[in-house]
Design a protein around this ligand. Sequence first.
Ligand code: ATP
Length: 245
Amino acid sequence: MATNLGGLTATGTVRVHRLVRGFGSRAVLDGFDLEIGAGEFVALLGRSGSGKSTLLRALAGLDSDVDGSGVIEVPEKSSVVFQDARLLPWQRVLDNVVLGLRGSNAHERGRAALAEVGLAGRENAWPNELSGGEQQRVALARALVSEPELLLADEPFGALDALTRLRMHDLLRELYARHRPTVLLVTHDVDEAVTLADRVLLLDSGRIAVDLTIDLPAQRSHRQPQFLAYRETLLRALGVNHSEG
Ligand SMILES: Nc1ncnc2c1ncn2[C@@H]1O[C@H](COP(=O)(O)OP(=O)(O)OP(=O)(O)O)[C@@H](O)[C@H]1O
C-alpha cells in the first residue's frame, strides 16, 4: 500500500519528498524529490523503464497497489490524460466529457470545452465515430472541463501519427496559455519536450539527472539554434547518438 503522508496544495504547486515506489524488492524511485511551481509546464523524459509512469501515477494517486512511502503534495483539482483516450464507448462524446462534473451547467461547460479542442458539433457522436486524434481531443476536453490546477499527461500523443501529433502540440500550448494549469507531461520524445515545455526533467535510475529550463519564446521552431542546442544536450544525456536521434 502506498503511503502518502502529504496533502493538497492550494496554489497549483507540486512537491514530492523522499518518495519511494517499488515493485517487489526493486525500488524504481528511492528517495525521490521534486518541486514544480504553480503554472509551470514541465516535461519528463527518460529511457523506457526509468520510472516516468510510476511517478505520474503516484502524483495522480493511482498507485494504491504499489509499495512505497514518502510525501506527495499536489493541488486539489488535478486531471490525467493517458496515451489512449479511455472514453466510455457507450456514452456520447459530450457525456464522456461531463462524466465527472456536477452542477446544472455541466452540459454547457462540456460544450465549451469541446469547442475549445475544435470539436464543436461533435457532441452527439459516439467515440468510435472519431479518429484517434479526435478521441484524444475529447480526452483533453474531459481533463480540462473541471478547470484543474494540475494536468498530468502520460505520453498523450504517443499513439498518434506525426502530423496529428504536431497539431495536438499546437492545441496543448493554446490550452495551456489560456488556462495556465501546472503541467507534467511524460514523453519519450525530446523534440516534443523542447517544443512544449518550459522546463525539461530527465529521469535516470530513479533520480533527476537533468533539470533544464527552456528559455525559448512560445512560438518555437526546430530550426532555432537554441532549440537544437537543448535537443542535443538532452539527447546526449539520454545517451543517444546524434545520428540515431
Ligand atoms: N505493475 C508493475 N509490476 C511490476 N513492475 C512494474 C510495474 N509497473 C512498472 N514496473 C516496473 O517499474 C519500472 C518503471 O516502470 P515505468 O512504467 O514507470 O517506466 P517508464 O519510464 O514510464 O517506461 P516507458 O517509457 O517504457 O513507459 C520498470 O522496470 C517496470 O518494469
